[in-house]
Design a protein around this ligand. Sequence first.
Ligand SMILES: *Cc1c(COP(=O)(O)O)cnc(C)c1O
Length: 376
Amino acid sequence: MDAPFLPFLPFTRPSIDEETIAAVADVLRSGWITTGPRCRELEAALAARYGGRPVRLANSATAALEIALRIAGIGPGDEVITTPLSWVATANVILEVGATPVFVDVDPATRNIDLDLAAAAVTPRTRALLPVDLAGVPADRDRIQALAAQHGLRVIEDAAQSMGAHWRGREIGSFGDLVSFSFHANKNMTSIEGGCLVLNDEAEARLFEKLRLQGVTRHADGGMDVDVLGGKCNLTDVAAAVGLGQLRQVDAFNARRRRLAQRYFECFPPTLGFELPPADFEQSNWHMFQPLLPRGTDRGRFIEAMRAEGIGVGVHYPALHLFTLYRARGHFDGQFPHAEDIGRRTVTLPLFAAMNDADVERVCAAVARVMQEGGA
Ligand SMILES: *Cc1c(COP(=O)(O)O)cnc(C)c1O
């Protein structure tokens, strides 16, 4: 008997409702399509979400992180301690401002930066910690804050993946130093492309505004000045209209993701030798569901065999210190064994808000077939 036809299930897909599409059309008809009222509305809504802390938008989280480093005064000669198990943007922004990324290995249980190793990596040149909440599992904010306080460091949280996640009951972004979120299409909430930075005070917010747009300060009389070199990374109102529609739904999206992740734990084949991700149903926003393949599995063949089953599988991420750019800076195989092992074995299975339990069951059944048939 032929299997019933099932459409291809990607590893992620944004949920954009009709109300949001109508709001985008309104912006396009309004005559004001770049940065304007919708951006200010989204900034205000995010600030309200984070307890009144100032929030400023950028056209990517990468830009927001780079500006955060500049606001913290980080540049040539400075060291920033971070994780090698992240999207490469995390380290690229450190290079972009002329500073040195100092990588330390991850804790294999959380897959986030190992804070004992981070403490041991502090030198007189260290200026900041740049932790990442991989897959939406928050890095330990208590220990990060304590380490930063002990050495007088800034903390730039790469919370690109953790919007709506919590640390000990407090939402990520509502406390801490500088916190960056991404609204890339694959994240839990999207503005197509985009991101934001949560800041400490209005002075930092003003500096962010300058750094995101050519360093310009406008005066009430219509004149302007430029007193600092800024870039060009403002968000458009079209993007902000998408973001506003998403912000209304992100908590519901995240609740749905958590339920789907639970279903994965209930039906993932237990005997195949996969390592499941941390079972965090309190704090994570379940940005991704990432089991590690059994050792010795050919990941390329696994992905191909899953694709033949109609299921998309992603890889987020290989250890970034092994990229050519970072090897050329002296990094090498075996330097961070946990990050490298996870980076080689990780796969991202479908998890997004529009899925249902049956989709998860379908993925689990496909994994069982693919592994039992020796497809990988
Ligand atoms: C997505 C992501 C970024 C970059 O976000 P963009 O909005 O695409 O620039 C940075 N760090 C991490 C961990 C990410 O997942």
